[in-house]
Design a protein around this ligand. Structure first.
Ligand SMILES: [Zn+2]
Length: 143
């Protein structure tokens, strides 16, 4: 896709530091890492959002992410844990409109954290949970 930085990386128009590539996906070093060793896994085809990702591609990407996370932890780069992070949509902090799965090495005191709203401390009632579960079940459409 025109003007997509990840597509430009895949065609070689923009530089990158690749770690892994196959016929379906490519993994590269994030140029603005949360921690050293932060990786991105992207489909080779331009796919914007999570809901557009073909399930088979998603399975493949997740399997490669698992191997990369294992490699990261064996690499000597400080990584006492791993966060997988997927930002789907602008409101969820997706900055590049080409699906990408973050693999983020973690360690105690690395300063990376999620900040929750005060609402987080107010636990929903069971009725609210049931109501929301019902809405999701109503919308769930699995072939
Ligand atoms: Zn793209």
């Amino acid at each position: 896709m025109e003007n997509c930085p990840f597509c430009k990386i895949l065609t070689g128009e923009l530089p990158s530091t690749l770690v892994y590539s196959d016929e379906i996906c490519t993994a590269m070093m994030d140029i603005q890492p949360f921690n050293p060793g932060h990786l991105l896994v992207i489909p080779n085809e331009h796919i914007s959002g999570f809901s557009d990702l073909p399930p088979e591609t998603g399975k493949h990407i997740f399997g490669i992410a698992q191997k990369l996370a294992q490699a990261l932890q064996m690499s000597g780069i400080q990584s006492d844990g791993i966060n997988l992070f997927l930002a789907d949509g602008k409101a969820a902090m997706q900055e590049v409109p080409h699906f990408h799965l973050h693999i983020i090495p973690r360690f105690e005191g690395d300063g990376f954290e999620f900040r929750f709203s005060p609402r987080y401390l107010e636990l929903p009632t069971r009725d609210e949970l049931e109501k929301n579960a019902h809405h999701i079940q109503q919308a769930l459409n699995i072939d």
